[in-house]
Design a protein around this ligand. Structure first.
Ligand SMILES: [Mg+2]
Length: 181
């Protein structure tokens, strides 16, 4: 009888130490997928402080972070600026094309890339990346394409879970001097 496939055993089979670029979808990954629209047309999103600190630590460790969103949003732009996200790509529903263009610009191979997304339009990018990640609430096509499904929910630590796996594989004693999360 084989042991159940726990999240930790699934994670340990993957080579997180090779990752140089962590690219991700925004809505439904960095948020819970909901958008709050006010009557004046302004919109608000909720981002996780846990995710933010993880992304800051990745940047400090020399890992490139990219956000690739199908929607253009001022709230996303503001949060990306706050976290100093290196590559903010918005209004691109062709996620795989946006990702492969960025990989070519950075001179990276698929095995050096982790991509995380929750919708069917993310599935080709999840498939292409060396490590494809999705979340429990993702659409079936994204979950099927993924090598790893996070334990924590989207918008509430799912991204931090991946940041910590990447950082643990590179440097066990990573410290963060910048706490703007
Ligand atoms: Mg999404």
């Amino acid at each position: 009888m084989t042991a159940p496939d726990t999240p930790s055993s699934a994670a340990s089979r993957l080579d997180w130490g090779r990752i140089r670029l962590f690219a991700m979808d925004v809505d439904g990954i960095l948020t819970d997928g909901t958008v709050c629209i006010s009557s004046d047309g302004s919109e608000a999103k909720t981002f996780s402080i846990l995710d933010g600190l993880g992304l800051v630590r990745l940047r400090e460790a020399g890992i490139t972070v990219a956000w690739i969103s199908g929607r253009a949003s001022g709230a996303t732009t503001r949060r990306a600026e706050e976290l100093r996200i290196a590559h903010l790509i918005q209004g691109r529903k062709d996620k795989i094309t946006a990702l492969t263009e960025l990989m070519a610009e950075l001179g990276l191979q698929p095995r050096e890339v982790c991509y995380m997304g929750d919708d069917d339009i993310d599935a080709p990018a999840i498939e292409h990346a060396g490590i494809g990640v999705s979340v429990p609430t993702a659409m079936p096509a994204a979950r099927t394409a993924a090598d790893y499904i996070t334990t924590l929910p989207a918008g509430r630590g799912a991204v931090r879970e991946i940041c910590d796996l990447i950082l643990a594989a590179r440097s066990p004693e990573t410290t963060a001097s910048d706490t703007r999360a």
